[in-house]
Design a binder for this molecule. Structure first.
Ligand code: NAP
Length: 390
C-alpha cells in the first residue's frame, strides 16, 4: 500500500475541495495523510470572511468542510503562516506534494488621485471587516455620510452595496461582526451609488443576485429603464445574446420596471462611468467621474465628467494574490500549467490558480482536476513525511 503525505496551504473552499478530492480517490492501495495549514486561527477562508452575512445559505457549504475535516487522515494546523512559521522548502522536502490554496486577498487599486484619503476603502478591507476577520477589526469605516459610492459591477460590489443599504436590523440575526453591526446601526448612509465602467450587458453581476434586489424589504433598487433598453439593443445587434447576459439584462429590466417605493434607502446603478479623482480635505468629499463611451466595441473615456458628493467610496474591482516567496506569480496568478507548478512537487488551486473569479462551487471541479494531475505525478512516498517530522 502506498501512503502519501500531502500538505495543503490555505483552509478556504479550494483547499477543502482539494482535500475532498484526495479523500474520494483513496483506494485500499492508495492512502493520503492530509495536513492543512492555515495562517488564521479559524478555517473556511472566504466562506467565513467573504460571503455576505445576509446570504447565510451560501455558508452552509461549511457542513461539507466539517465532513472532510473529520475524515481519517486529515489534520488542520491553524495559526501557521507560510513564510513565517514554516517555509516552502520545508514543506516541499517533507511532503510528497504541496497544494497552494492561498486565494487572492489584496484588493486591486483604482490608481487615481485621492485614493488614500480617509473614507476610500477597498472591498478587500470592508468585506473582512464586516465578517469579523481578525486582521481587519480596526479598519476605519466612516459611515457618517448620507451617500456612499461603490465602484465595480461584480457580485462583490453588489454585496458591499447591500451591506451599506440594508436596514441594519435585517443583519441583527446574521453573523455580521459585532463591531460592524454596531457601526451600521448608527450609519447615516441612505443612498448607495454603484458605478460600472461599461454597459449593463457587460456587468459581472449574476442574475440571482440581481433578482433578489426588488425583494429587499427596506431598500429600493434603482436602474434607469433606458439604460437597459439601450443595452438590450446593443447586445442584440451583435447576434445571439449569450444566455447569462440575457438573464442579467432581463433581471435588470425587471428592477428598472419595478415602481420605486420612495423608501429612505436605495441602491442606484450607473453605467459607463469611471472614477478619475477622489477629492477632499483629509477625507473623501467628492468623486469625479469620466463618462465612458463604446468605440469599436471598446470602452473609452470621454472628456465629459460629473461629480458625486460622498464621504465613502469603496472599490470592488477584483483581487490579486499576496505573493509568497518561492512561488512564481504572473498576471495576478501563480504561474501554473493546469494547476502544476513547474519543476516542483507543488500544485495550485482556487483563485491563486485561475485568478479571482467563480463562485464557491467552482472550486470543487477545479480542485478535483488538479488533484487528478497530482495523483498521476506521484511516484513513491517519501519516508517519514508530514508536519509532525518538522
Ligand atoms: P468580478 O466579478 O471580476 O467584478 C469586478 C468588477 O470590477 C467588474 O465589473 C469590472 O469591470 C470592474 N472593474 C475592474 N477594474 C476596474 C476599474 N479600474 N475601474 C472600474 N471598474 C473596474 O469580481 P468580484 O466582484 O470581486 O467577484 C469575484 C468573484 O467572486 C466573481 O466570480 C463573483 O461572481 C464571485 N462572487 C460571488 C458571490 C455570490 O455568488 N453571491 C458573491 C461575491 C463574489 P470590467 O468587467 O469592465 O473589467
Amino acid at each position: 500500500m502506498n501512503a502519501f503525505s500531502i500538505a495543503i496551504v490555505g483552509a478556504g473552499p479550494a483547499g477543502y475541495f482539494a482535500a475532498q478530492a484526495l479523500q474520494n480517490l483513496q483506494t485500499d492501495n492508495l492512502k493520503f495523510k492530509i495536513d492543512m495549514i492555515e495562517k488564521l486561527p479559524t478555517p473556511w477562508g472566504l466562506v467565513r470572511s467573504g460571503v455576505a452575512p445576509d446570504h447565510p445559505k451560501i455558508k452552509t457549504v461549511s457542513k461539507v468542510f466539517e465532513k472532510i475535516a473529520t475524515t481519517e487522515g486529515f489534520q488542520l494546523f491553524c495559526n501557521v503562516e507560510l513564510g513565517k512559521d514554516i517555509t516552502i522548502d520545508e514543506l516541499t522536502s517533507n511532503y510528497d506534494a504541496v497544494v497552494i490554496a492561498t486565494g487572492s486577498d489584496r484588493g486591486r487599486r483604482l490608481g487615481i488621485p485621492g485614493e488614500n484619503l480617509r473614507g476610500s476603502l477597498s472591498s478587500a478591507e470592508f468585506v473582512p471587516w464586516y465578517n469579523a476577520h481578525p486582521d481587519y477589526v480596526d479598519v476605519d469605516v466612516p459611515l457618517d455620510t448620507d451617500t456612499a459610492v461603490v465602484i465595480g459591477a461584480g457580485n462583490v460590489a453588489m454585496d458591499v452595496a447591500r451591506m451599506l443599504a440594508l436596514e441594519p436590523s435585517e443583519l441583527d440575526t446574521s453573523d455580521t461582526s459585532l463591531h460592524a453591526l454596531e457601526l451600521l446601526h448608527s450609519s447615516s448612509i441612505r443612498k448607495v451609488h454603484v458605478f460600472a465602467r461599461r454597459g449593463p450587458e457587460h456587468a459581472a453581476f449574476t442574475s440571482p443576485e440581481l433578482r433578489e434586489l426588488p425583494k429587499l424589504e427596506h431598500t429600493d433598487a434603482v436602474i434607469g429603464s433606458c439604460d437597459i433598453e439601450d443595452a438590450i439593443k446593443r447586445a442584440e445587434s451583435l447576434g445571439e445574446v449569450p444566455k447569462d447576459v440575457r438573464s442579467n439584462l432581463d433581471a435588470m429590466l425587471s428592477i428598472a420596471n419595478t415602481p420605486s417605493q420612495n423608501r429612505d434607502r436605495s441602491i442606484n446603478f450607473h453605467f459607463f462611468a469611471s472614477p478619475i479623482e477622489i477629492k477632499g480635505d483629509q477625507r473623501v468629499e467628492e468623486v469625479i467621474f469620466a463618462v465612458n463611451k463604446v468605440e469599436n466595441g471598446k470602452v473609452v473615456q470621454t472628456s465629459d465628467t460629473y461629480s458625486v458628493k460622498t464621504g465613502l467610496i469603496i472599490s470592488a474591482i477584483g483581487y490579486e494574490p499576496e505573493p509568497i516567496s518561492g512561488i512564481p506569480y504572473e498576471n495576478g496568478k501563480v504561474v501554473n500549467q493546469e494547476g502544476r507548478i513547474s519543476d516542483s512537487n507543488m500544485y495550485v488551486v482556487g483563485w491563486a490558480k485561475r485568478g479571482p473569479s467563480g463562485v464557491i462551487g467552482t472550486n470543487k471541479s477545479d480542485s478535483a482536476a488538479v488533484i487528478e494531475h497530482l495523483i498521476s505525478d506521484l511516484k513513491t512516498p517519501k519516508p517519514n513525511s508530514g508536519i509532525g517530522k518538522l
